[in-house]
Design a binder for this molecule. Structure first.
Ligand code: FAD
Length: 116
């Protein structure tokens, strides 16, 4: 792990990006307005263009072409994103994440209160 004030490598960039995306999904509205949906869709669709890891961006583009983003609600978006993250986990040989735990991980924190 490089010192925190070094430019990000693919791993540090990935962790920061997933943190942002899962947190944005966790706080996305239950009933998003057309404008909120359009903006979330634009954010996701821009990743294959702007994400500063060329091969990551290219694969993610294929991934969302195959499984289009579901921006219809907080729950649907959080699940959709969890599944896409799991596809990347699978590609990299990482553990699958249980998508039933997504709110606990990114919004509510564990029941034991250690994150409160
Ligand atoms: P990360 O995968 O960064 O996950 C961070 C935390 O999120 C985990 O500790 C866990 O608590 C939680 N988490 C894990 N899985 C899920 C899930 N499915 N849903 C919700 N939460 C979860 N790296 C490459 O080497 N090659 C690539 O092609 C590549 N493509 C990427 C594409 C995108 C769009 C992004 C954002 C990142 C990509 N990365 C890629 C980076 C890679 O996904 C990891 O971020 C990086 O390897 C660091 O992994 P990590 O083990 O620290 O955990």
């Amino acid at each position: 792990e490089p010192p925190a004030d070094c430019p990000p490598d693919v791993e540090v960039l990935g962790r920061a990006t997933w943190t942002f995306l899962h947190t944005a999904a966790a706080y996305y509205p239950e009933k998003p307005s057309p404008n909120q949906r359009a903006n979330m869709l634009m954010l996701i669709r821009s990743l294959p263009v702007v994400y500063p890891c060329a091969w990551c961006a290219q694969d993610f583009g294929k991934c969302i072409a195959h499984s289009p983003p579901d921006v219809s609600s907080r729950e649907k978006l959080s699940l959709w994103l969890c599944q896409r993250h799991n596809e990347v986990n699978e590609k990299l040989g990482k553990e699958m994440f249980d998508c039933a735990q997504v709110d606990e991980r990114w919004k509510d924190g564990p029941a034991d209160g250690r994150c409160d």
